[in-house]
Design a protein around this ligand. Structure first.
Ligand code: 26W
Length: 821
């Protein structure tokens, strides 16, 4: 047993005690939410001991620490995951059973901490899990948003956003740590002072507004190793609590303003994914958590080290996309103005501690702040960026004499804007992409000039996912089966052992067991769908699933147009053979992304028509799962037969959902994009369904002005019929305008963009053929089972444990810590 405090009677007593002291109730009287709180506090008690032990070990060993700086951490629920990682899930479940408490029901009381949008935020959460499991010292640094990702309701087919008040009942796992608060300053002006005695110029910020950043710590529990790292998320508070007497001093407005700034700064997560909106408040959020995090890291370092020059030996700041890249200038500011180093020394330290990960090549995602806004909000940081840029451009001109085109393309400050990606590349010692293909595209296309000038910085780190959450917790039946079949539990921390399943690929009994587990998971999902959507789906049908953020490049539109095509086929040829199919969608659209919202409405409209057409005998069902999030994702992945990964080639940097499906035995139906390429490499072409344009072909078309979708529309009557159904009222009660914009986007956009930018019609036939192959393969039960099993067996590479070890070996060079209990 992991810890004697999880011993049945001890733990039961603890829960009873908590219910009594927290709520003055007995177990029988407590509400499910109160039971969740009481159980969580009992679990936290145990975690705290390990947390303290880990910190003590850090003090002894003085390991190098990585600070993973991210605007987003999409953690998912903590209770079940913490129990899994403390290897106490089954014991605690049994103990609670004896008290008449159902652990699963209690887990459902926990709100999803949804402090992230999609892939980037969930990756950060998987990385924290792996860092703790591998025994490395790490802090996640982020923002404690008062409201996380909005809750999605579907009303009349439309997405409606409601606030995610995730802290309403209190978060039992967090610790407020007021004593580590840091001040963060905004605006004002910089007074330059010359100090004769030291011969130094001083830069003094005046007339600024400031807020107090208060850290909240959440434990990140490693698997079975007593290692507990920290996710530190910052709350904001006015620096002086509102004081009425300031009214008399004429500071009334300032006091109110500071109060408001503190309130608004951490109010809400921006729900944009892959789309830069240029909002001032977002820049405030970025500087707020970065300044606080870097100050805290430096304070911590200085407590036990006296030479700031050696900071790079003990500290790494990993910047999760461009959102935290103001970090490089903030670190420079602290080293120059507070540590009083010279420029060269400060630059040397900064460029050895900062590293940058790029997560997207979508042009509209690039953060470029207007200089007037940036310099007004962060005057001193801006001065430093000017100097970084000035010195960098000297180097560019040295390297490319007379080539002002290069200067224009590579400058950090250009055209009235601060280009955050350029800042990160110039100041970081490492620039990495998140899948092999993505990194190649960065090197050869998007960041070509930088790669040419500083090739040594560029490297690839193919993403990964944690099997602790997405197999052990999400799919316990399969997890137990895997353990039995390969004869060891060690896959939990060494996913390469999954290859031990390969020997069962031709074992009919094992295949039948594997598919029986899949079936049970499909029944579980079918129940979820009945309860939440009121739709009956047949678990014997093929569960074909596309769950991810809604974005045009991810091509949910291709998927639903194909469903419309299938429906037409079934109606036109009722006699044709057709294996029953359930198309499952889950996706949130950014609140301001109109076209994405139209696609959600279309999916729901198609669902309405198709699901209620009795003439097709339930052969086709379409389900849109409301409020897709980490907790229901775990159930969905476990139940999927087909993994839809159909982005326009070159657009999806990596994808991580694709890996979660693979782990759970769902073959990929996808394009040669992102990590799909590497998935196919591991599992074999014959165990996936690959279709469509390659990334080279897409990039080629793009460089030559696009293609002519009208030709396809004119020559392919099936496609024409489907496209016309967008505007002939078939799915809109006779309304010809409801989907006009989607129709136009394919053939003749009104906003001046290229027709069918994402090559939906171009790839349609290839997609339909690949779908046909899916059906053929599924009909052959044994063949399908083998494919599905081989996907699970070949997923070893895609654990985030492997990814993190590569970051450690190539970029971070951290020391392993063994926590002694
Ligand atoms: C400024 C607005 C904004 C917000 C979020 C721009 C960009 C983002 C993220 C970088 C988008 C994102 O989540 N990218 C995804 O990152 C995953 C983890 O690396 C990849 O697997 C996905 O392919 C990529 O889309």
């Amino acid at each position: 047993m992991y810890n004697p405090r999880f011993e049945k009677e001890t733990f039961k007593k603890e829960v009873k005690h908590n219910v009594k002291t927290l709520y003055r109730k007995t177990i029988e009287e407590a509400t499910p939410q109160q039971l969740f709180q009481a159980v969580s506090y009992a679990v936290k008690e145990v975690i705290i001991d390990d947390w303290i032990a880990t910190q003590n070990q850090f003090k002894k060993d003085d390991p190098k620490i990585v600070y993973y700086m991210s605007m987003e951490f999409l953690m998912g629920r903590a209770l079940g995951n913490n129990l899994i990682n403390m290897t106490a899930y089954k014991e605690v479940k049994a103990a609670l059973d004896e008290m008449g408490i159902d652990l699963n029901a209690i887990e459902d009381e926990e709100p999803d901490p949804a402090l992230g949008n999609g892939g980037l935020g969930r990756l950060a959460a998987c990385f924290l899990d792996s860092l703790a499991t591998l025994g490395y010292a790490a802090y996640g640094c982020g923002i404690r948003y008062r409201y996380g990702m909005f809750k999605q309701k579907i009303e009349n087919g439309y997405q409606v956003e409601t606030p995610d008040n995730w802290l309403k009942e209190g978060n039992p796992f967090e610790l407020r740590r007021e004593e580590y608060a840091k001040e963060v300053r905004f605006g004002g002006n910089i007074r330059v002072e010359y100090d004769d005695s030291t011969n130094r110029t001083k830069f003094v910020q005046e007339n600024y507004e400031s807020v107090l950043a208060i850290p909240y710590d959440m434990p990140i529990v490693g698997y079975g190793n007593h290692h507990v790292n920290t996710l530190r998320i910052w709350d904001a508070k006015a620096i002086t609590d509102f004081q009425l007497d300031s009214f008399d001093r004429g500071d009334y407005h300032k006091a109110v303003e500071q109060e408001n700034l503190a309130k608004t700064i951490v109010e809400v997560l921006y729900p944009n994914d892959n789309h830069y909106a240029g909002k001032e408040l977002r820049l405030k959020q970025q500087y707020f958590f970065i300044s606080a995090s870097i100050q805290a890291a430096i304070t911590k370092y200085k407590k036990t080290h006296d030479d700031i020059h050696k900071l790079p030996e003990k500290v790494i700041f990993q910047m999760n996309d461009t959102h935290p890249t103001v970090a490089v200038a903030e670190l420079m500011r602290i080293l120059l103005d507070e540590e009083e180093l010279g420029w060269n020394e400060a630059w040397d330290i900064t460029t050895k501690t900062c590293a940058y990960t790029n997560h997207t090549i979508m042009a509209e995602a690039l953060e470029k702040w207007p200089i007037d806004l940036f310099s007004r909000l962060l005057p001193r940081v801006y001065q430093i960026i000017q100097e970084i840029d000035r010195r960098f451009l000297i180097q560019v001109r040295e390297r490319y004499p007379g080539n002002e085109e290069k200067v224009r393309k590579m400058a950090i400050l250009y055209n009235g804007q601060v280009r955050m990606a350029h800042l990160a590349i110039v100041a970081g010692f490492s620039v990495n992409g998140v899948a092999r293909l993505h990194t190649e595209i960065l090197k050869n296309q998007e960041l070509r000039d930088f790669y040419e000038m500083m090739p040594q910085k560029f490297n690839n780190k193919t993403n990964g996912i944690t099997q602790r959450r997405f197999l052990m917790h999400g799919n316990p039946l399969l997890a137990d089966w895997v353990t039995e079949k390969i004869g060891t539990k060690d896959w939990i921390t060494d996913l390469s052992l999954m290859s031990g399943l390969k020997k069962y690929a031709d074992d009919s009994k094992a295949l039948a067991e594997f598919m029986d587990i899949k079936y049970k998971n499909k029944v579980r999902l079918a129940e979820y769908i009945r309860k939440h959507n009121g739709i009956e789906v047949d678990p014997r049908s093929i569960f074909d699933v596309q769950v991810k953020r809604l974005h045009e490049y991810k091509r949910q539109l291709l998927n639903i147009l194909h469903v419309m095509y299938l429906y037409n086929q079934i109606k036109e040829h009722p006699e044709m053979s057709f294996f029953p199919r359930t198309f499952i969608f889950g996706a949130k659209a950014s609140a301001g992304y109109i076209r994405a919202k139209e696609i959600i409405k279309l999916i729901n409209s198609v669902a309405d028509i198709v699901n209620n057409d009795r003439s097709i005998n339930g052969k086709l069902k379409v389900v849109f799962i409301e409020d897709y999030r980490v907790s229901n994702a775990e159930i969905i992945f476990a139940a999927a037969d087909v993994s839809e990964q159909i982005s326009t080639a070159s657009k999806e940097a990596s994808g991580t959902g694709n890996m979660k499906f693979m782990l759970n035995g769902a073959p990929t139906l996808g394009t040669m994009d992102g990590a799909n390429v590497e998935i196919v490499e591991e599992v074999g072409m014959e165990n996936a369904f690959i279709f469509g344009l390659s990334s080279e072909e897409v990039i080629n078309y793009e460089n030559n002005g696009g293609y002519h979708p009208q030709d396809i529309y004119n020559s392919d009557p099936d496609i024409r019929k489907v496209v016309d159904q967008l505007i002939n009222g078939t799915y809109s009660n006779g309304d010809h305008e409801m989907y006009r914009d989607l129709y136009n986007s394919l053939l003749c956009p009104k906003d001046g963009s290229k027709a069918d930018m994402y090559f939906i019609l171009k790839d349609f036939r290839a997609y339909a053929e690949a779908q046909k192959k899916v059906e053929e393969a599924y009909k052959d039960k044994e063949r399908w089972a083998k494919m599905a099993l081989l996907n699970t067996a070949c997923c070893g590479k895609f654990t985030s444990d492997r990814t993190i070890q590569e970051y450690v070996d190539d970029i971070w060079h951290l020391d392993k810590v063994t926590v002694e209990i």
